[in-house]
Design a protein around this ligand. Structure first.
Ligand SMILES: [Zn+2]
Length: 278
């Protein structure tokens, strides 16, 4: 008798995948019964440099077209009355640690187990030992070396002109948030820098406005959107990634990161699902 194979077909996998997503959704929705939801839309880093500039996603392994998120986001802003809308911008000084071209500024700070400076390439991860300003100890900082991008005041750091910028009204708060301005600490998340040294104002604002649900769109799915979503869950918000409103750097990483988010009770949804959730 032939033993039954444990091979999972593509369609089974898709079903499991869908099943997991719906379970995650049910779980986080159950968490707050009988309550009016206060909804925030976080629009992450819809900036020229990630669309057609120095770190354009179309030149990354995913070859995604970052501008495709814009009509999706604009439609959400038009169709849905969010209580809070937040726009974030990556906002780096020109000597920022994340720029490959700045490696020479900190090559003397590379850890012993880091790839040496002359072997590090663009998109590699360097390991630096930096002084921790609080504890006075050396802090291990793993840093992907990106092309220079989103330099403060540059065109590349501006929000794309086609992105709808809504104004605050009596019913709607608007938050503008800059991140990554410390030259020695990168900041993927809109809530915290990568070393969790400094918290942004985002969480205190969302708490002040009594937000219960956070919907996240923007760039890039596997980097800043992912980190922002993880911290959103951690801060107790029912958190939704609007998948068709996001584009990412690398397909494999996007898949891994979305699975990680699902396991953390973040729901992955499509923009057409939003109106039924608010
Ligand atoms: Zn950056």
């Amino acid at each position: 008798v032939e033993s039954k194979s444990f091979y999972i077909s593509r369609s089974d996998y898709f079903f499991l995948f869908l099943h997991n997503r719906i379970n995650a959704l049910a779980k986080i929705r159950r968490a707050r019964p009988g309550q009016r939801f206060i909804n925030a839309l976080l629009i992450v880093d819809v900036q020229y440099d990630f669309i057609d500039g120095s770190l354009a996603l179309k030149n990354c392994p995913s070859q995604h077209q970052g501008e495709q998120v814009i009509p999706v986001i604009n439609r959400l802003l038009t169709d849905i009355q969010f209580d809070v809308v937040a726009y974030t911008q990556d906002w780096h000084p020109s000597d920022h640690i994340s720029f490959y071209g700045n490696l020479h500024l900190r090559s003397h700070l590379l850890a012993d187990d880091s790839k040496p400076a002359d072997e590090l390439k663009l998109f590699d991860t360097a390991v630096f030992l930096l002084d921790d300003k609080k504890s006075m100890k050396k802090e291990r900082v793993e840093q992907i070396l990106w092309p220079a991008h989103c330099v403060q005041q540059s065109h590349g750091a501006e929000l794309h002109r086609d992105l709808m910028i809504v104004k605050p009204t009596r019913k709607r708060k608007v938050i503008n948030l800059l991140k990554g301005f410390d030259k020695d600490i990168d900041s993927y998340s809109a809530f915290w820098d990568n070393q969790k040294v400094r918290e942004t104002l985002l969480n205190s604002k969302l708490k002040e406005y009594n937000v219960t649900q956070v919907f996240i769109v923007g760039l890039a799915t596997d980097v800043c959107v992912f980190s922002t979503a993880m911290h959103s869950v951690e801060n107790g918000y029912s958190t939704f990634i609007v998948e068709d409103g996001c584009r990412g750097v690398d397909e494999t990483n996007i898949g891994l990161r979305l699975d990680e988010l699902i396991n953390s009770d973040c729901a992955i949804i499509q923009s057409t699902d939003v109106k039924d959730l608010i």
